[in-house]
Design a protein around this ligand. Structure first.
Ligand code: ATP
Ligand code: MG
Length: 610
C-alpha cells in the first residue's frame, strides 16, 4: 500500500476531550474519527488493527469448537419482553419502533436472540452441548460515554452463548472459554488480570472478568499477593471480629452489657458528629440505612412489614417480583454497604438509598435517627459485623435521641444476616490473611455461568436420554473488540506514538525512501515487492515530505519495522538500508539485497510468539 493512496490523517494536535493515551493516539495516528458522542468511525489504518483483533478472537473461539453465526443487530422487542429485560434494562437499551408500530431493540447484548434461535431447533440431548457466537455491533445508550472507544455507545462485541444438559458440561465449556480468553489477550500482547467473581446469588454459579490495569478504570480490583483477585463489587475479606453464629451465643455475650438506655443527642445526625459528641469511634455505632429496592425476586412473604406487598409479573414469562420494597440495612459504623452485594442478596434489579420522605415514613423519625431496636415497619438485613456488636450506639427512631449499650440478639434481631461490606485496601485476605491492596481496572471480557435465567423464562427445553423434558443450563461469554484494541495501545505506546505488538499492527513494515525517486525509488519498490510476495504487510511512504515528517508519522502510527532507504546507504558497497524496530533505541543496517529475506524471517519469528 502506498501512503499517497492511503487515508491516514495524522494530527499534531490532540482532541480536547481525549484524556487517555489510547484515545489521543487513535485520533492522532489517524485510526479513528468521532461522529458524535460515543460514536466513532474507524479509518483504514484503525480498521486493519481492529480486524486483526477480531481475527484472533475468531480463531480462538473456533479452536474450542464455538460456532459463528450472524444474527441481526435489530431484534424484536417481543423477545426482550419474554425475558423480562424490556423493563429491567432501563435507559441504556435503545428501543425503536418500525412503521407498523412494532417494538424493536438495538442489541446491547444477545442472550434473547440466541436463546430464541436455539429454542426453535433444540429437541434432543444429542444436540448438546452447543456454543454459538457472533462478532457484531452492539448499542448501549451509556450515560457517560468516555475515553474514546473504551466506552462508546456503539461498539463491537464478541458474544458467545452455550447450552448444556448438565452443570458438568457447562463447567467444561466455561473452563475452555476461560483458557481461550487468556490466549486471546496474550496474542494481543495484553497483560490481563483475571478476576474471579462468584456470583452465586445472581442465579449463576461462576463468573470471571478479565481486567487490564488502568488509572482511569471503572472497576476497583481487590488483590492479594496470594493470588486472590476480585472486583470490589463482589470481593469479600476475612472478618476482623468474631461473629456470633447463634442468637444464644449473642445473648450470652451480651449478658455483661448494661441494659440499653436513651441518650439525648440534639442535632447530632451523622456518625462523625456522633463521634465528636460521644468522644468515641465509628466502630461502636451500628449504622442503619434505609434502602429502596426495585423488582425484588426474593420471597418476602414472611418478612416484617411486607405482608401487604404483592408480587407481579413484569412480563408474561418473567419471574414474579415485588416492584418496590424497602429494607433497613445495618452495618458497623466504620464500614460501608456494598450495594451490588445487597442487590444480589435481595435478587433485586436495583437498590438505592430511600428518599428522605420514605425514611421518615418508615422509621417514624427524621433522617439520621434510624436504628435496629424496635424497627418493625420493614425487614432488617444486617452485615456479619453487627452480630459481633454487644455494646453499641444506635439511632433510637426518635428525633435527637440515640441508644447506647445496644446488643445484637438481646435488643434486636435480624431478618437476614449477610456479607454486605465493601472491602477496602488494608482489609485481610479471606484466603491467606495477607493485606489486601487495590488497583483500578477496565473490563475487557467476561465469562459467566448464567444458569436457567433465559432458558426458563423463554421456555427452552430438550428431551434427555430417558425421553424426559429438561431445561438446558446456559453460559455467556463477551469480549469488547474496540476496548481490547484501545487497551493494547494503552499498554504499548511512548511519547512518540503507538508501539504495536506485531500481531495486531496495521502493517508489519513501513518502507521510507528518503526521496521516492531514482535509485531510492527502485530499491524501495523492490523491497516492497519482495516483502509483499513473502506475505509481509508493507506500507510504502512515497510522499514528497521531509524525512523528519515521515519518521514522525512512522513513530506515531507505530508500525513495528521501519526501513529507511537512503542514497547514502545505497551508495555503500554492498548497498544497505537502515532498519529500526519501533520501541527499540538503536537501528541497524541490512544489506539491501538481503533485507526482504532477513526481515521476513524476523517478522515470522516474532509472529510465532503471539
Ligand atoms: P462495563 O462494566 O465496563 O460497562 P459491562 O459489564 O457492561 O462492562 P458486559 O455486558 O459484560 O460489560 O460486556 C462484555 C464486554 O463488552 C465488556 O467486557 C467490554 O469489553 C465490552 N463493553 C461493554 N460496554 C462497552 C462500551 N460501552 N464500549 C465499549 N466496550 C464495551
Ligand atoms: Mg456496562
Amino acid at each position: 500500500m502506498k501512503y499517497s493512496n492511503a487515508f491516514i490523517p495524522t494530527l499534531r494536535e490532540v482532541p480536547a476531550d481525549a484524556v487517555i493515551a489510547s484515545h489521543r493516539l487513535m485520533f492522532r495516528a489517524g485510526l479513528l474519527r468521532k461522529l458524535a458522542n460515543g460514536l466513532f468511525a474507524y479509518l483504514p489504518l484503525g480498521l486493519r488493527s481492529f480486524r486483526k483483533v477480531e481475527k484472533i478472537v475468531r480463531e480462538e473461539m473456533d479452536a474450542i469448537g464455538a460456532l459463528e453465526i450472524k444474527p441481526t443487530v435489530v431484534v424484536p422487542g417481543e423477545l426482550w419482553k419474554e425475558s423480562g429485560r424490556w423493563d429491567a434494562m432501563g435507559q441504556s437499551l435503545l428501543r425503536v419502533k418500525n412503521r407498523l408500530d412494532n417494538d424493536f431493540v438495538v442489541s446491547p447484548t444477545a442472550e434473547e436472540a440466541f436463546t430464541a434461535i436455539v429454542r426453535d431447533e433444540l429437541s434432543s440431548y444429542r444436540q448438546l452441548p452447543l456454543a454459538l457466537y457472533q462478532i457484531n455491533t452492539k448499542f448501549r445508550d451509556e450515560v457517560r460515554p468516555r475515553y474514546g472507544v473504551m466506552r462508546g455507545r456503539e461498539f463491537v462485541m464478541k458474544d458467545a452463548y452455550s447450552w448444556h444438559a448438565d452443570e458438568k458440561s457447562l463447567d467444561d465449556t466455561y473452563q475452555a472459554m476461560g483458557r481461550a480468553y487468556r490466549q486471546i489477550f496474550k496474542r494481543c500482547g495484553l497483560s490481563v488480570i483475571p478476576v474471579k467473581a462468584d456470583s452465586g446469588a445472581m442465579g449463576g454459579s461462576g463468573s470471571e472478568e478479565f481486567m487490564v490495569e488502568s488509572d482511569v478504570g471503572d472497576n476497583t480490583l481487590i488483590l492479594c499477593k496470594c493470588g486472590y483477585a476480585a472486583n470490589v463489587e463482589k470481593a469479600s475479606c476475612a472478618q476482623d471480629f468474631t461473629a456470633q453464629t447463634s442468637i444464644e451465643n449473642a445473648k450470652a455475650t451480651a449478658a455483661n452489657t448494661p441494659a440499653f438506655e436513651k441518650i439525648d443527642t440534639p442535632n447530632v445526625k451523622t456518625i462523625d458528629e456522633l463521634c465528636d459528641f460521644l468522644k468515641t469511634k465509628p466502630q461502636t455505632f451500628i449504622k442503619t440505612l434505609i434502602y429502596r429496592a426495585i423488582n425484588v425476586e426474593l420471597d418476602l412473604s414472611s418478612a416484617p412489614g411486607c405482608s401487604k406487598l404483592e408480587r407481579t409479573k413484569p412480563s408474561k414469562d418473567a419471574p414474579e417480583v415485588y416492584t418496590e420494597a424497602f429494607f433497613a440495612v445495618a452495618i458497623r459504623g466504620d464500614l460501608d454497604v456494598n450495594e451490588v452485594k445487597l442487590a444480589a442478596i435481595l435478587k433485586a434489579s436495583e437498590v438505592a438509598l430511600a428518599s428522605d420522605a420514605d425514611v421518615i415514613r418508615l422509621t417514624n423519625a427524621p433522617v439520621g435517627f434510624a436504628g435496629p431496636v424496635g424497627l418493625t415497619a420493614l425487614p432488617l438485613v444486617i452485615d456479619h459485623s453487627v452480630t459481633a456488636m454487644n455494646d453499641a450506639v444506635t439511632g433510637a427512631l426518635v428525633k435527637d435521641l440515640h441508644y447506647k449499650h445496644v446488643s445484637y440478639g438481646r435488643d434486636f434481631n435480624a431478618w437476614m444476616i449477610e456479607d454486605l461490606r465493601t472491602v477496602k485496601a488494608g482489609d485481610k485476605c479471606s484466603l491467606c490473611s495477607g493485606e489486601l491492596y487495590t488497583k483500578m481496572g477496565n473490563e475487557l471480557g467476561h465469562i459467566f455461568k448464567l444458569g436457567y435465567k433465559y432458558t426458563r423464562s423463554m421456555n427452552v427445553s430438550f428431551l434427555d436420554e430417558n425421553g424426559k423434558s429438561q431445561i438446558p443450563t446456559m453460559g455467556c461469554y463477551g469480549i469488547g473488540v474496540d476496548r481490547t484494541l484501545a487497551s493494547v495501545i494503552e499498554e504499548h505506546h511512548d511519547d512518540a506514538g503507538i508501539i504495536w505488538p506485531i500481531s495486531v499492527a496495521p502493517f508489519h513494515v513501513i518502507v521510507v525512501p528518503i526521496k521516492y525517486d531514482g535509485v531510492m525509488k527502485e530499491a524501495a519498490d523492490k523491497l516492497v515487492k519482495d516483502l509483499t510476495a513473502a506475505g509481509i504487510e508493507v506500507l510504502l511512504d512515497d510522499r514528497n515530505e521531509r524525512p523528519g515528517v515521515k519518521f514522525n508519522d512512522a513513530d506515531l502510527t507505530g508500525i513495528p519495522y521501519r526501513v529507511v532507504v537512503g542514497d547514502k546507504g545505497l551508495s555503500q558497497q554492498p548497498p544497505v538500508v537502515e532498519v529500526k524496530r519501533r520501541g527499540e533505541k538503536d537501528n541497524f543496517m541490512l544489506e539491501a539485497e538481503k533485507a526482504a529475506v532477513d526481515l521476513t524471517g524476523r517478522i515470522l519469528e516474532e509472529l510465532k510468539l503471539f
